[in-house]
Design a protein around this ligand. Structure first.
Ligand SMILES: O=P(O)(O)OC[C@H]1O[C@](O)(CO)[C@@H](O)[C@@H]1O
Length: 228
């Protein structure tokens, strides 16, 4: 995954990247940092937009996605901080901020390459089951199962925010190219349903079937339900 991203940046040094957080992409970011340190890639002219952020967590909160991006990637490469966009969890008017975020993506010319993870329930970004392909960046409620899964990053489940700002499915589908990364048995059912079921709101990642240029990058465990 890191090699694909590095190759894309080298092919277009002014690329607009869409970036993801969560447990899955940490190794990808570590490999990108290593490639930067060995001079294989530069990010001076790159712009990035992250998928989502918890509402109520400021960018300095250790579990905020802004903090994750700084510590896993941005602080270690030469990207211009002014060109790194993450929805602001501390925005005073999150609905207005979501509209502004869409405008910022449009002003940057849209996303060239979008990196995605996948939730155990098939969510992409924080588009939970029930999300339609026309959804845009907006405020959403997290499902109890997502809150429970993400509690592993917090001191207790009660500390996990219940709402978030997320790019919509429609926003994601407008990216020119999409790479979805999934690892582990826990993701096998979501991966299978995304690729084999008819596209529907039940499994938000299944809407990716409607995109012309999507690559799923899977380890064997995440791919284990595909051969049946
Ligand atoms: O990679 P994880 O931690 O399994 O999370 C799955 C997905 O859910 C999210 O946490 C929700 O945005 C994504 O960051 C991630 O792609």
């Amino acid at each position: 995954m890191a090699n694909m991203i590095v190759a894309a940046v080298n092919a277009n040094p002014s690329i607009v990247l869409g970036l993801a957080t969560g447990g899955t992409p940490t190794a990808t970011y570590a490999n990108i940092v290593e490639d930067f340190r060995s001079g294989k890639v530069h990010f001076k002219n790159v712009t990035s937009f992250n998928l989502d952020e918890y509402i109520g967590l400021s960018g300095t909160h250790p579990q905020s996605f802004r903090h994750f991006m700084q510590s896993e990637l941005f602080d270690h490469i030469d990207i211009d901080p002014n060109n790194t966009f993450v929805p602001e969890g501390g925005a005073s008017d999150p609905d207005a901020h979501a509209v502004q975020y869409e405008a910022q993506i449009a002003a940057a010319g849209g996303i060239d390459l979008q990196l995605l993870g996948i939730g155990h329930n098939g969510h992409i970004a924080f588009n939970e089951p029930g999300s339609s392909p026309s959804t845009r960046t907006r405020v959403v409620e997290l499902t109890p199962s997502t809150i429970e899964k993400n509690a592993r990053f917090f001191a207790s489940v009660d500390e996990v925010p219940k709402t978030a700002i997320t790019m919509g499915i429609g926003t994601i589908l407008e990216a020119k190219q999409i790479l979805l990364l999934a690892t582990g048995k826990d993701k096998a059912e979501a991966v299978r349903r995304s690729l084999k079921d008819a596209a529907s709101e039940d499994v938000p990642a299944s809407w990716l079937e409607q995109h012309p240029d999507v690559t799923f990058v899977l380890d064997e465990a995440a791919a284990s339900e595909l051969s049946a």
